[in-house]
Design a protein around this ligand. Structure first.
Ligand code: GLY
Ligand code: MN
Ligand code: MN
Length: 434
């Protein structure tokens, strides 16, 4: 951690201490115990799944892989951290890091997987704990109103958190550059993935979400989950949606490139979508409804489809008939933080549900933008047979230029995604840093 980030981390902890004090009082708790969680072991096996500590634990303690550990927060007292350090010669046991933040905690190394009996009034126990364990600890598991309020606390980022997301962007961009270089050299998806991981300095189990590395038609599979071992016969396109985590904070970046065998019409579509994404970002500022910017994305998509001859109708008609949604079924973006799809996106600041519009069930952010939020802006345009084919024989389908669709569908699709900080003046793009 740089000195500057260490200093801002102290301010971050100050904010957490006072907010937890206020919320504990408001919700009637004398203390709050947060469990880091533990890896899940595969059924009938001795191997565990990839593990990441519970985000509300990480909000305080920047140790993303720490398991079986507990944080006890009591208003006005130093938080106690029972840091699980088993006597284990098979694995490297955790140690107390040499970092300024440790002085803010009363750290107790323990070989136990549960904290000692706690005294001192009404206790909330947060995290992946059963009612049985919470009861044994004398607490209430995950009280919904308190959890909702603590989620809300994560919506507006501190300077420390923004700095972490900024570094996560810088590292991920090095990965994207390496992925592009591998693509141009004729690599297979797996080699592109390995180039990405190497340049962004991370092992695969540490990525904030599974990297999407799609060549050609795979670029149109929204969450494509494989890495082909062989190079394809032709290189039309590459879509890479991949991030990096820094002290638990994620970046989430997508780039799409055309290859040496691309149809020039696909190059032109990429250029237009890039320009459209930057236009959408211009609208990001406090007070703006993200749903309204999402609707604007569909309006721009309608224009783009008409300009590129993919539809014969007006932009308005492409939106009204659902054509733009068949070309882009996902939302414009989401909150970003300790989780790639961070908490609080569909809830008002006072805890009321803000469901996605019926026409846009995949939209993960439905609230008004506020200073300190970090959001993604990620418009896309895809040739997804499952969505487009049912339109072929319909009245709506008569507006679509199927020859164009068929000629370009082997390119899969396009998504361009940046991470945007909402500032008092408008926004700062954390991804475009050159
Ligand atoms: N990488 C997942 C997303 O963009 O939301
Ligand atoms: Mn993404
Ligand atoms: Mn995203």
């Amino acid at each position: 951690m740089t000195e500057e980030r260490a200093a801002s981390h102290q301010d971050h902890l100050d904010r957490l201490e006072s907010a937890y004090q206020r919320l504990a009082e408001k919700h009637g708790y004398d203390s709050i115990l947060i469990y880091s969680g533990a890896p899940r072991v595969h059924y009938a096996d001795d191997q565990a799944a990839t593990f990441r500590s519970y985000a509300h634990f990480l909000h305080w303690v920047p140790l993303p892989g720490l398991s079986h550990s507990w944080l006890w927060i009591r208003p006005g007292k130093k938080p106690v951290l029972w840091l699980h350090a088993p006597e284990d010669f098979w694995h490297l046991s955790p140690e107390v890091p040499d970092a300024p933040w440790v002085s803010r905690f009363d750290i107790r190394l323990t070989t136990e997987t549960l904290p000692p009996a706690l005294t001192g009034g009404r206790l909330a126990v947060l995290g992946d704990v059963s009612a049985h364990v919470a009861q044994r600890l004398g607490g209430e598991p995950n009280p919904p109103a308190l959890v909702l309020a603590l989620d809300e606390l994560r919506v507006r980022k501190t300077a420390y958190e923004i700095d972490c997301i900024g570094e996560a962007n810088r590292l991920a961009l090095a990965g994207h550059q390496a992925a592009y270089t591998a693509f141009v050299a004729g690599a297979a998806e797996l080699d592109i993935q390995l180039a990405y991981l190497g340049a962004s300095r991370q092992r695969e189990s540490d990525v904030p979400y599974q990297n999407i590395v799609g060549l050609n038609i795979h670029a149109g599979v929204l969450h494509y989950q494989h890495y082909d071992l062989r190079s394809p016969a032709s290189y039309k396109s590459l879509l890479v949606d991949a991030g990096r985590s820094v002290s638990g904070y994620a970046s989430d970046i997508t780039r799409t490139w055309s290859g040496r065998d691309a149809d020039p019409r696909f190059n032109a579509l990429i250029d237009s979508l890039k320009a459209m994404q930057q236009r959408l970002i211009e609208d990001i500022r406090p007070g703006v409804s993200f749903v309204a910017v999402h609707h604007l994305m569909h309006q721009y998509l309608g224009q783009l489809l008409a300009e590129h001859g993919l539809v014969r109708c007006s932009a308005d008609a492409a939106v009204d008939t659902g054509i733009t949604r068949a070309f882009c079924p996902h939302g414009l973006g989401h909150l970003l933080g300790l989780q790639v799809h961070d908490v609080g996106g569909r809830v008002s600041p006072d805890g009321h549900p803000l469901p996605a519009p019926e026409t846009d069930p995949a939209l993960r952010l439905t609230r008004e933008l506020e200073t300190g939020m970090v959001v993604t802006v990620e418009p896309g345009l895809y040739f997804i047979r499952l969505l487009l084919d049912p339109l072929r024989e319909t009245a709506t389908g008569r507006h679509i230029e199927w020859e164009q669709v068929d000629a370009l569908s082997g390119h899969g699709g396009i998504r361009i995604e940046d991470n945007i900080l909402v500032t008092a003046e408008g926004h700062e793009n954390l991804t475009r840093i050159d």
